[in-house]
Design a protein around this ligand. Structure first.
Ligand code: 4AZ
Length: 437
């Protein structure tokens, strides 16, 4: 039985149907969609602009001449007091020129790369880092920076006289920037190429010690004995040389038994190298801990990156006053006699004068001229077992210097028993005699 389905005309709501069809014709429909899309687009745009603002780093190489300064021989030596002080003055000046005037947070950092002699006085080469929206063009920003620079040269009282026509600005990429900065030591960067702030978050404290971020202490190495794992910390001072403590090699001085790793975790390491040479200080005395310093040379060089970087060696004349804030880092235990930590940790401590440290109730004369004390008289924050050989570093205008090598102490973090470190300045010439650095 079959009956075709039929509708009579009267069953259609004819007029209503036609009106709808007229209203939603293809042109109106697409126009309507377009308007909605535009509104959503604009809304997203406004929100991103004010909330997210997708900035990225822009790097520029700046060169200019300073006419009221005479070139000094030592400007050619980047570790010299003369180079360091002049560079800091120039960097401070750049910060005065670009801070505030160019909108909040646009200017990030500046680093002097080279100071060279010039007929008019001094020729300066430096890298400038800015944050701008990722969509801005490199050339637009370059012009903007140039304009701000010229304006502020006129209106701001500056200690250095910059020859205006000599100023030139060239855009460079992140790779070029890193290569240029690699001529300098003690600089740290995050994985996003952003220079790290000197004092990062304090929310990561675990029993007085915080876990480090990647790239925060890029000179830190772990020295491991094959089959026995992490033994000591060490600090990278060139592409191949590590500075560490002599007592780390008491058990074993055979370089073929040692490896060095870099990165914020022991497993997995970011970079791994075998050791080819070990130099222990000739006058190291295990009974008195005197001259607790050693060098280890890697068999193959490491390339500097955001994760691996060398620390600066201090000028022998550097003398940090008591209460100076310094940082000690390492994979050592966080409680007395505890296990090695897989994650690198840091602790902020203070320099303690040798006079105080040699007091009868402290170390009673055991601190010799080649040692320095750091920590707190009330205890609580300290280096511990496994941190030995690692760095005690000091931040001078975002350039980090190694001032101490973790050496010894009575237990860990006890009151009146601060950490004792090898005083690196005292061995500056010994390091040069062995490595040429
Ligand atoms: C150690 O045994 C050790 N609190 C290292 C540093 C300190 C104490 C002991 C300093 O390697």
């Amino acid at each position: 039985y079959h009956r075709p389905v039929e509708f009579s005309e009267a069953e259609y709501p004819q007029t209503e149907y036609e009106r709808r069809q007229q209203f939603w014709d293809p042109i109106r429909l697409s126009l309507f969609t377009l308007v909605i899309a535009a509104i959503i687009g604009i809304a997203i745009g406004i929100v991103t602009h004010f909330v997210v603002e997708d900035d990225r780093s822009f790097y520029y190489l700046a060169s200019f001449k300073v006419t009221n300064i005479k070139y000094k021989e030592n400007y050619g030596v980047k570790s010299s007091r003369e180079f360091i002080e002049r560079s800091h003055q120039i960097e401070r000046m750049m910060s005065r020129i670009f801070r505030r005037s160019s909108g909040v947070g646009r200017f990030v950092t500046s680093h002097v790369i080279r100071l060279s002699p010039d007929k008019q006085g001094l020729s300066v080469l430096m890298v400038l880092t800015f944050r701008y929206p990722a969509t801005d063009s490199t050339e637009q920003i370059r012009k903007k920076i140039e304009r701000i620079f010229y304006q502020n040269l006129k209106i701001k009282q500056l200690p250095l006289t910059i020859n205006k026509p000599s100023f030139s600005l060239t855009a460079i990429d992140g790779k070029k920037m890193r290569n240029l900065l690699n001529s300098r030591c003690g600089i740290r960067m995050t994985s996003s190429n952003m220079p790290l702030p000197a004092f990062s978050s304090t929310e990561r404290i675990v029993q007085g010690r915080e876990t480090a971020m990647e790239g925060e202490w890029p000179w830190q190495a772990s020295l491991q004995l094959l089959g026995a794992g992490h033994q000591c910390g060490a600090s990278l001072i060139s592409n191949t040389w590590l500075l560490t403590a002599a007592h780390c090699f008491r058990k074993n001085k055979d370089p073929s038994q040692w490896i060095a790793t870099f990165g914020t975790t022991i497993t997995p390491p970011a970079v791994k190298r075998s050791v080819g040479k070990i130099i222990v200080h000739e006058n190291y005395h295990r009974e008195t801990n005197e001259n607790d310093i050693a060098l280890a040379q890697l068999t193959t060089r490491v390339e500097f990156s955001n994760i691996v970087q060398r620390v600066c060696l201090p000028d022998p004349s550097t003398n940090l006053p008591p209460k100076t804030s310094v940082f000690v880092t390492g994979f050592g235990s966080i409680v007395d006699d505890g296990p090695t930590q897989n994650k690198l940790r840091q602790a902020q401590v203070e320099i303690i004068s040798t006079d105080v440290c040699n007091r009868k109730d402290v170390y009673d004369g055991l601190i010799t001229p080649g040692m320095l004390c750091a920590g707190f008289m009330e205890g609580k924050v300290d280096a511990c077992k496994g941190d030995s050989g690692g760095p005690l570093v000091y931040d001078n205008h975002d350039i980090w210097y190694i001032v101490g090598i973790v050496s010894w102490g009575q237990s860990c973090a006890l009151p009146k028993k601060p950490g004792v470190y090898t005083k690196v300045t005292k061995y500056r010439d010994w390091i040069t005699s062995k490595t040429g650095i």
